[in-house]
Design a protein around this ligand. Sequence first.
Ligand SMILES: [Zn+2]
Length: 83
Amino acid sequence: MKTKKYYSFNNLAGCVVQSKSRKTKVLVGLYEGTQSGLASDMPWLIVCEEHSSCVGHYSLNAAKQAMSDTTIWCEKCQENQKT
Ligand SMILES: [Zn+2]
C-alpha cells in the first residue's frame, strides 16, 4: 500500500509550501485538502494568508501556478490592486 506524504511546512497541517505572490507580495499557502482540514472537495487548496480567502484546484501544478497572482482568485487582493 502506498503511503501518502504528510505535508507540514512551517508546522502547518497539510501545508505543502508557503510563498509570496509575485504580483501582490502577499503570503500564499498551498495545502493538501484532506490533511489541512479545510472544507473542500478539491485535492489542493491555495490560501491567501493575508485575507484568508481560499480556492481549490484539481492539480498540484495548477495550484502552484495560481499562487503567483492572487488577484485572480482573492477578491480583497483584487480590490487592493485597483487602489
Ligand atoms: Zn488576498
